[in-house]
Design a protein around this ligand. Sequence first.
Ligand code: C5J
Length: 222
Amino acid sequence: MAEIDALPFAFVFRPETTALIVIDMQRDFAEPGGFGASLGNDVSRVTAIVPTVKRLIEGFRVAGLPVIHTMECHRPDLSDLPPAKRDRGDPSIRIGDVGPMGRVLIAGEPGTAILDELAPRRGEIVIEKPGKGAFYATSLSDNLKRIGARQLVFAGVTTEVCVQTTMREANDRGYECLVAEDATESYFPEFKAAALAMIRAQGAIVGWTATTDQVLEGIANA
Ligand code: C5J
C-alpha cells in the first residue's frame, strides 16, 4: 500500500486490487482522416500524450499490474450503432463510412486499431465498446470482478467524453477512480480542465487526479 499525492487528497493505492484502464487510444482519434478529425478536431493534441501514456502503461506492466485497453467501435453491420449516434452533427464522414483508414470506428478496420506504440500485449484485456462509457454493453464489469480490481487508474481520450463517462460509471459501481492528468487529453483544453475539476470537486465526487509521475511513484513505494 502507498499514498499517491493526488487531488483533492491522498489516494490510497493498493497494488493488489488496482488496474489501469487506457481509454480509446485509437488511430481514429489520433490521426488525420479518422473520426476525431472528421469532426473538425486538432488530433495533434492526442498524439502529444502518447509518450506519457506509454510510460504509465510500462509502469503497470513492470509492476505486474493489469492493463486494460478499450476501443470505441461498432459491428460491421452497424447493429450496435443507434441512429441517434450515427446521424448526430455534421461530420465530413460518419461512423461506418469508408474513410482513408477504412470504415470509421468499425471493429477490425485499420483506423479503429490502438496506436502501435500503445498496442495491447498478449494477455491484456481489450474491451470493444459501442458507447462512450466502457461499462455499457461490454464485459468490463465481469473482467474487473474476475481480476479482483477495486481501484482503477485511467488514461486516454477524450477526458470529458469517454474517460469521464467511464469513470462515472465505475464510481457508481463502487470503484475508486483516479485519472492521470497528463495521460489524458481533450481536443478542447478548457474541457479537459473542467472535466478534471469536476471529477475531483466536492471531496472527490467522481474520483481523484494525479500526474503520471505521482502514480508511478505510488507504484514504486507500494
Ligand atoms: C469521443 C471518446 N470523443 N473516446 N470518443 O467521441 O472520447
